[in-house]
Design a protein around this ligand. Sequence first.
Ligand SMILES: C[S@@+](CC[C@H](N)C(=O)[O-])C[C@H]1O[C@@H](n2cnc3c(N)ncnc32)[C@H](O)[C@@H]1O
Length: 461
Amino acid sequence: MQDLRSTMQSSDWIPSSSLVELHPDPTKRNKAIARRNIPVGSTVLSTPAFATALLDSEKGHRCDHCLREQPSLKKCSGCGNYWYCDAKCQNLHWQTNHKRLCKRIGQFENSVTFQQLEKHERMDSLLLSHLLAQLSTLNEPYSPRESRELEVALELLPGPASNVSAPPVCPIKPAPPSQRLVEDLFARFGNNNFTIHSHLNSIAHGVFPVASRLFNHSCVPNAVAKYVFSAGNTVTMEVVSLRDIAVGEEICIPYIDPALMQTRHQVFQITYGFVCDCPACAFLSKIGTSVPEPPEDATELAHLGAKLRDFVGVDEYLKGAPVVAADSQPRSLDDLPPALYCVLHESYMSTLSEAFSRASHEGDYAQAAESGVTLLALYLLVYPKNYPQIGMHLLEMAKTQWNHSFVALNPAGEDKDIAKNIVFQLLDLAKSVLRVLGTEGDSETGPFREIEVLEDIARNA
Ligand SMILES: C[S@@+](CC[C@H](N)C(=O)[O-])C[C@H]1O[C@@H](n2cnc3c(N)ncnc32)[C@H](O)[C@@H]1O
């Protein structure tokens, strides 16, 4: 095999339509810089997956080629382990990699060697098998696209755990060019691969070398990755700007949930091998290593929630007032009073989410409304403006409000109009946030469809 590493002279693999260019960086090696001013909601980069593997929980519910969720799928009669929308997706997947795996994948997945692997190792094993099968279906020299993707994949920084050997892979005939290539590709898995999601639910793992080569992490990101599914195609990643980005600014995406205030440092160190110096991490190191735990007492918790709502200005936000500055957090963490440091403890967000979800479902609506607004305040504090979680939560608040007003209270006259207005206001806010990311994942379902349905019901109520 030709040594592709030595051929990487330029960044001509960056799609010409993309809005970024690669610059050197003293600690991160390279960084992606905006080529020009980029307005909020722009697609900064669009790049197809090099290889994907569905999570075990999604197998049989989604097409193994295009990853779309389908009510009925066609099972591969050869192995019985892969499912497709139709003959087109099946043929394309066959050509891409399945023809090299079909005969052996069933036996491999049932083998003791595979079954004894940890869950994450099984995912790595399948994704690596797909990637290798894909490479071995190509005749060297590789086609320009495959060759470019492989070049970029091998140019990625290996992760800190790159001395760990590759997991066993499904036997492929012809075998991969060399074990060295297998190990080289696997050494880049941990700190470069992506979890593919639809409406915030993880569904698959994917290799997107161009995106990995470009984007560094920030816990206060100015862009996020979304996944676009379409019939007959492999999934495409689009990186979308969450706010206006000035020419020359670095474009960063979140590798992990920015709300993970305590655990993220360990993940950066173990999985990615860096220390994050974003403004949120700088604040956390300023206040010390341990964030205080929130109180357990219900009255104290209620007071804490009220203080947080007040600090963030969530009531004004809900009225549509522009409390969120154009290009920053609603309130900087640097202004957070010490009495509120405990809201940054990860357990506080889980307590609020559980309280909101339980009360919404069980019908304690006053409790649901209070925990819902407090959770919104926390999201506005820890996530950047237009972060999709904020929009999804506003939609959940609208649904809860609807159930409260119309299903439980059944208001009439003026009360009915007031109740409707609250629902519409929450839906408008949800739309204004979610519109920035736009449609993603399964396009027939998802938040925009749910908003339309609730708007229709509310209009006709
Ligand atoms: C997906 S790659 C990003 C592209 C990388 N900078 C390059 O030049 O190939 C991930 C690796 O980039 C580096 N990196 C990403 N974000 C970083 C950050 N915020 N600070 C320091 N290093 C970072 C780490 O080495 C990490 O393992």
